[in-house]
Design a protein around this ligand. Structure first.
Ligand SMILES: Cc1cc2nc3c(=O)[nH]c(=O)nc-3n(C[C@H](O)[C@H](O)[C@H](O)COP(=O)(O)OP(=O)(O)OC[C@H]3O[C@@H](n4cnc5c(N)ncnc54)[C@H](O)[C@@H]3O)c2cc1C
Length: 535
């Protein structure tokens, strides 16, 4: 019995909240949990938590997912939202920001312990112009709008940008023959500044490239960004302007009861007038749970990457893009904003929605492909590898559908360009909602929450005084940065969450040297605690 209770508490996040409250106690910190439990300040907090724990345990035993048990007809007023967004990937985060700024009361429900735990966990981090999207497609419209808005808001939110530009390169005659139609397509898509490059012009720009290149064209507006700080700052701005986010909260089922939805989640019922699913790799499953049917099927498509160590980043300035195929943008060589060099991704169809393992043979093949295009890579060391999963469907375009009679919008199939398109998708979805979805006036002077600057090409915290010491020497992450993340309005609950907020442990040694210091700094804050991940 105690094990069942423990598991339930862990699954639903109660255990974490309990520990979090204790360790957040200013009276006890950094004394540790045991003393915390008995100090006067904590006693009140603990009493409240114990009461909530007791009702949660009762609910655990009464709770049967997807049961026919009737759900409450009238929600308690404090849980009534205008809009419930399912999923805190980059799309859900951007949408929460947009809808809150437009005047809606929003809750974001995320099943994982952390945000950005699905497709948004791993990508190439290119801010695409949409030059190669099918003209007239929803993807093209959303990428173009998302790109524009990112550039508009990036200074006020402190979002990084590496103005690298890209070159689309042909390595054989067939690819060379395809360049003109790609340039036409770019111009149809409003990306007018593309220009054809001869072999000599390409090699003058990037002298380290293989002399085997046949020709290409320049796309000056393709840039590199931070894959995580953008989404974090969207959701932080949403929270600062009134949104709520609930992690460890999986939407299991739901019903439209008259004018509002009652969603049954792993943390109890949540009520909202409108529901918008941004569930990424689970988009079809969530639609089936709530609408009774899915309009598309998710076909996960894995992309593996090889990460070269920092000296390799000096080899190229531009993003080196191949001539894209129908299903993939192909293997790219580009710097990361963190100062590494990437080669990837692959495009591998698979059944699993979670298996993001990398394979030695595939990584070796990627390395070879990289060396073929950029021969000096042969002398560069590989620092890491990773893979991401694209939420592809049987359709090539984004699948965004409003089911008006059901107060429901499904945002699905955001496969290869969601990081760039997120802000544009948010505007498109906001325009699909009825005016009644926004009960308040748009926020006139929105609160701004600056993003943590982790770009290797911009000033970093370790360069400023008073940082408290460097914890991660590979990525130059300071004690102050880690403490700020832990004390922030949306503190990390897992080591992965902390890594995505600070890059700690993500460098060459992959945490080998900083783990002990990090475990001490994060004591009582992460689940599982550092060092006990595999226990
Ligand atoms: C290899 C690769 C390279 C890429 N490169 C680029 C690039 O360079 N530029 C670019 O713009 N884009 C790129 N992308 C695309 C981009 O990463 C995705 O389009 C984007 O991350 C999709 O975000 P999302 O929010 O739709 O989905 P997700 O990030 O998957 O978010 C969905 C969330 O919903 C949650 N969820 C699911 N079911 C439930 C439920 N029942 N209850 C509650 N929560 C639930 C999940 O846990 C998840 O957090 C790339 C993608 C990959 C894989």
């Amino acid at each position: 019995m105690p094990k069942i209770i423990d598991k339930y508490l862990m699954d639903t996040g109660w255990l974490f909240q309990y520990r979090d409250t204790l360790s957040a106690c200013p009276g006890c910190s950094p004394a540790g949990e045991t003393r915390c439990r008995f100090c006067t300040l904590c006693r009140g907090l603990v009493t409240g938590l114990v009461k909530r724990l007791a009702s949660s345990i009762m609910a655990a035993f009464a709770h049967q997912p997807n049961s026919e048990k009737p759900m409450p007809a009238t929600p308690p007023s404090h849980t009534m939202f205008d809009i419930a967004i399912i999923g805190a990937g980059v799309v859900g985060c951007a949408l929460a920001r947009r809808l809150v700024l437009d005047g809606a009361r929003v809750v974001v429900l995320e099943k994982a312990a952390e945000l950005l735990d699905g497709a948004s966990k791993a990508n190439s981090a290119i801010l695409h112009t949409g030059f190669d999207a099918p003209p007239g497609s929803l993807e093209q419209k959303c990428v173009a709008a998302g790109y524009r808005e990112y550039l508009e808001i990036r200074e006020s939110l402190g979002l990084p940008l590496l103005q690298s530009g890209a070159m689309v390169l042909a390595w054989n005659e067939a690819e060379l023959a395809a360049l003109d139609s790609l340039i036409d397509k770019a111009r149809q898509n409003g990306v007018a500044d593309v220009s054809r490059l001869s072999r000599a012009q390409i090699l003058a720009r990037e002298p380290q490239l293989s002399a085997g290149v046949k020709g290409g064209f320049l796309v000056p507006g393709e840039f590199l960004i931070d894959p995580w700080s953008s989404a974090h700052s969207y959701i932080l701005q949403a929270l600062a302007n009134g949104a709520e986010i609930r992690r460890n909260t999986e939407v299991l089922s739901g019903r439209l009861k008259g004018e509002h939805w009652v969603l049954e989640t792993s943390q109890g019922a949540v009520c909202a007038a409108q529901v918008i699913s941004c569930a990424g790799l689970y988009g079809d499953i969530v639609d089936a749970r709530l609408l009774g049917r899915a309009m598309f099927r998710i076909n996960p498509r894995k992309g593996q990457f090889v990460v070269f160590d920092k000296p390799a980043a000096a080899l190229v300035k531009s993003i080196i893009l191949p001539v894209p195929s129908k299903t993939t943008k192909g293997v790219v060589i580009c710097r990361t904003i963190f100062g590494n060099l990437l080669v990837g991704p692959t495009a591998e169809e698979q059944e699993s929605r979670t298996d993001a393992a990398t394979e030695a043979a595939t990584l070796a093949d990627l390395r070879e492909k990289g060396i073929k295009m950029l021969p000096a890579l042969a002398n560069c060391e590989v620092a890491a590898s990773y893979a991401g999963l694209r939420p592809a469907t049987e359709y090539s375009d984004f699948q965004i559908t409003r089911h008006g009679a059901q107060n429901y919008i499904s945002v699905g199939g955001i496969r290869s360009t969601g990081l760039s398109a997120a802000l544009g998708i948010a505007r498109h979805v906001a325009a699909l909602l009825p005016a009644t979805a926004f009960r308040k006036a748009p926020v006139e002077h929105p609160a701004m929450v600056p993003a943590t600057r982790l770009s290797a090409y911009h000033p970093r915290d370790w360069e400023a005084a008073g940082h408290g010491g460097i914890i991660c020497h590979c990525e130059l992450v300071t004690k102050r940065e880690i403490e700020a993340a832990l004390a922030g309005p949306l503190p990390p609950t897992t080591l992965q969450g902390l890594k995505r907020r600070t890059r700690v442990g993500m460098g060459r040694c992959q945490g080998f040297y900083c783990t002990a210091a990090l475990a001490a700094l994060t004591k009582g804050r992460l689940v599982p605690p550092i060092g006990e991940e595999g226990a």
